[in-house]
Design a protein around this ligand. Structure first.
Ligand code: AQP
Length: 316
């Protein structure tokens, strides 16, 4: 039996935070280690172009995500690690998919509406097209499972609809991709409002943060009982202490300074080995990984595009 393919990616819009790690990278790691799967993990640089970016730093941001992947344990011998823009078939496939996708559908997605609110001056065609390109990212590899956070669920639903439409209209054999969920599928912002997010200052802890930075960030996190952000982090990083702190909160004598210090140490303990590994990675090695990854990914994507063109009646 052939292996189920996996696809996931993270935008190169800044360094990765513990939300990206727990919601996406941990799932990517788990599937990489399971021989039932063939794993494809990309840096979504084209998706990063949908929000304002700095062209002087952009190439470096892309390398930086690959570094974070490698530091976290993704292995180019086990997974195909590549950069989205280096497999142009994703864009070509997205165009074909856009012919079976309505504008109404795309502009009703909650993720789209949120970005319109956040960045009203950047409502571009690329932004509207984001879920269509994401469907192409996944379906170029006919991936059945996608390890991403819960915020990506509406995009996966859009990908499933596109797969169904293509199969019904043209007889393709796309699977309907499902989300692979992790325990950390939703990591709240440190501020307690919404999710931890790269683009919201004060909301995140980066994978590259040192112990003092983590302490300083947690020091600012609100301890209001209605905000469950700190408890969520304890659950994810210091599970064995949940009961202790929950009891303290109930009695009203919980010491948040103790909780924050324990949490800082636990988070840092998990990040430290990654940081040590990251510091040893050279740019030459990163570029080699990226080059090989693009070659391997393209082999599959070219084949899917050829199939789709044939089925759609396009001259090949
Ligand atoms: N807070 C989160 N909790 C769990 N998972 C999360 N992810 C993001 N935030 C959380 C998951 O990480 C991957 C990031 O993909 P992305 O960079 O393409 O998505 P994003 O929405 O751009 O994430 P960021 O890091 O928060 O950046 P901005 O601020 O630019 O929006 C996805 O699998 C996502 O589910």
């Amino acid at each position: 039996m052939s292996k189920t393919r996996i696809l996931s990616g993270i935008r190169s819009s800044g360094r990765l935070h513990i939300g990206n790690y727990l919601g996406a990278v941990k799932g990517m790691l788990a599937l990489q280690e399971d021989s039932a799967y063939e794993t494809y993990y990309m840096v979504a640089d084209l998706h990063a172009l949908t929000t304002p970016y700095d062209k002087e730093k952009f190439a470096e941001e892309t390398r930086s995500v690959i570094k974070d992947y490698l530091a976290a344990g993704l292995d180019p011998e086990k997974s195909v690690l590549f950069v989205q823009s280096q497999v142009p078939e994703h864009v070509e496939l997205a165009y074909y998919f856009s012919t079976v996708t309505t504008l109404a559908k795309m502009t009703h997605l909650p993720t789209y509406k949120e970005k319109v609110k956040q960045l009203p001056d950047h409502v571009t065609m690329a932004l509207v097209n984001y879920p269509v390109l994401m469907a192409a990212d996944i379906l170029a590899y006919k991936a059945g499972l996608v390890p991403v956070g819960i915020d990506q669920e509406p995009h996966l639903e859009a990908a499933r609809e596109i797969a169904r439409r293509m199969n019904a209209d043209f007889g393709t054999d796309f699977p309907e991709p499902k989300r692979f969920a992790t325990k950390g599928e939703y990591v709240p912002s440190l501020s307690g409002e919404g999710k931890m997010s790269k683009s919201v200052e004060g909301s995140y802890i980066l994978l590259t943060d040192g112990l003092d930075e983590i302490r300083a960030k947690l020091a600012k996190a609100p301890t209001d009982e209605r905000v469950s952000n700190l408890f969520k982090l304890v659950e994810l990083f210091k599970h064995e202490r949940m009961e202790y702190y929950a009891a303290g909160q109930k009695r009203g004598d919980i010491r948040y300074s103790e909780l924050k210090e324990e949490l800082s140490l636990a988070i840092y303990e998990e990040l430290k080995p990654m940081q040590e590994k990251r510091n040893k990675l050279t740019d030459e090695y990163i570029d080699e990984v990226i080059k090989k990854g693009a070659e391997r990914a393209r082999k599959v994507a070219v084949e899917t595009v050829r199939e789709v063109k044939e089925k759609m009646g396009i001259l090949v």
